[in-house]
Write a new protein. Sequence first.
Lengths: 113, 109
Amino acid sequence: GENVEQHPSTLSVQEGDSAVIKCTYSDSASNYFPWYKQELGKGPQLIIDIRSNVGEKKDQRIAVTLNKTAKHFSLHITETQPEDSAVYFCAASMLQGAQKLVFGQGTRLTINP
Amino acid sequence: NAGVTQTPKFQVLKTGQSMTLQCAQDMNHEYMSWYRQDPGMGLRLIHYSVGAGITDQGEVPNGYNVSRSTTEDFPLRLLSAAPSQTSVYFCAIGAYEQYFGPGTRLTVT
């Protein structure tokens, strides 16, 4: 089955700097890669996703890149703000059966003022 | 949390007790899922449903039962709780863009 590895487990950056979180996956059949943000005491919230027919997707300060050959994808947050502090999870699945998400271990991102 | 409600928010059980975690949605989604979240392990899929009357196992189904008699509700049953089931449980709706409920924190002593 699919296995998703996420790095780093913790990340601390200065406000205004960029943050990058990386994930690798094992199943070449996976073609849907969402990212979730989880604030303390809440459920995860989808922030961006990418499908395998696209190499990069951007939404304001957030971007995701995908390298299908190397089987890795990354989340980029630019101009970080204190409200970006949270735990971020990557996930992978096949579009057919996309609800069977396999999650990475999570990255705790702290933005220092 | 996008019309997904979970009850209770917190629960403490003794080993061997049974209980049902409730999940309800008001968005008429066909797809519903249950995950557990443990430190350092992300979220792992327990069971999922693609519609009323249809359920299937996820990655970690042992010790849990589900049923789906209506589109709105997808309860998760622990028949005989074990300390290894201490976790935070999340219900989600949707197939691709999944929307998660607020979670139930379960402690089994």
